[in-house]
Design a protein. Structure first.
Length: 353
């Protein structure tokens, strides 16, 4: 089979490389599924892998990335008739151990011993991907409804992450929501919020191109944080109160501090984005949290339940999310696909083996 393989064979290698290679076809073992990949999304994590900066891809790693995969079951050795060959499926990538303390508390996304498609074992940037028995048994493979296009279904994983991040904010039609960053995650947050009837959504983004897209996708207000103090801009559009909820969806340290200043009394804030290693310590005004009774949350990855909720969202409103897929490349043009994703003009770029 054809695969887009990462190689960082040793600490002395100057640069890691991603290259197309021919590999033997994988075969499903007992309890496993083999999936013919139809589409696999490229995200910021994959770009980080390509730069040689991901902690799960240390020197010596040879692996196929790709953790946003959908496809068609080719072999079913799970004994579960839902996954008979020909079934269309999406893969929730994070396989929790089910035994550690976070898992026992229902926080499988924080599993201390997790495995992950495309991160700890070969993923979806290939013609076929093998799902281990533990993932099949845990519900990491989910059936895609027949009416949902597989290209659109490939958005399930990032939508699942956004669903998890928005949940503790409990935004309603009476709330204003500020989204900092209009990359794919910020735009997904915008779409989910508007779909759920959130009253007023503001999007802050330096790129004029991305601000235009946010406006086209339903943002009530788009802001350029360089046009003056962001908190002043937000208050000007929220009757002086500030935003009732804030999502930080950009890995820029000062934006985390800005989020607190933009928040209304009693607001809820989600730190969705992570910061690069060594850059996670930022200056925050704790008095804003204390005197404003702010609730500050973080979120990372997603659970299989989040993934199922995302698939339901996609199935219920595929036309809402489909415009996010702006680039699709065959696997043979994977270098071009990564270049397009890296350039930042596209929203979600897919590889379609």
């Amino acid at each position: 089979m054809l695969a887009y393989e990462y190689r960082h064979p040793s600490a002395t290698t100057a640069e890691p490389v991603l290259a197309l290679v021919e590999r033997p076809d994988p075969v499903a073992d007992e309890g496993e599924l083999l999936i013919d990949v139809a589409a696999s999304g490229i995200c910021g994590t994959d770009l980080k892998i390509a730069r040689g900066q991901h902690r799960l891809y240390p020197p010596g790693t040879v692996r196929v990335p790709g953790h946003e995969a959908v496809g068609i079951v080719a072999q079913n050795r799970s004994g579960d008739a839902r996954f008979d060959p020909g079934t269309r499926v999406a893969v929730a990538p994070n396989i929790a151990c089910g035994q550690c303390r976070p898992c026992r508390r229902g926080l499988g996304n924080l599993c201390e011993n997790y495995a992950s498609v495309g991160l700890t074992f070969d993923g979806g940037f290939a013609e076929k991907v093998r799902i281990p028995a533990a993932g099949v048994a845990a519900g990491n493979v989910q059936v895609v409804p027949e009416h949902l296009d597989l290209r659109t279904a490939a958005l399930a994983e990032p939508i699942a992450a956004v669903v998890r991040g928005l949940r503790p904010l409990q935004v309603t039609r009476d709330d204003s929501l500020l989204i900092c960053g209009a990359g794919p995650i910020g735009l997904i947050a915008l779409l989910v919020a508007k779909h759920r009837g959130v009253g007023r959504v503001l999007v802050s983004q330096t790129s004029a191109h991305r601000r235009r897209i946010a406006g086209q996708l339903g943002a009530d207000v788009t802001l350029d944080p360089r046009d003056g103090d962001l908190a002043d801009q937000v208050r000007a559009h929220t009757d002086g109160a500030g935003a009732d909820a804030v999502v930080v969806a950009t890995p820029i340290g000062e934006v985390f501090a800005d989020a607190l200043r933009c928040a209304a009394k009693g607001a809820r804030i989600n730190f969705f984005a992570g910061l690069p290693s060594g850059a996670g310590v930022v200056g925050l005004d704790a008095n804003l949290v204390h005197y404003g009774e702010l609730v500050v949350t973080g979120s990372t990855a997603n659970t299989n339940a989040d993934f199922a909720e995302a698939l339901d969202l996609l199935a219920g409103a595929p036309e809402l999310f489909a415009p996010l897929v702006t680039g699709a490349f065959p696997l043979a043009r994977a270098d071009e696909a990564f270049a397009a994703a890296r350039a930042g003009e596209q929203l979600k770029v897919l590889l379609e083996p």
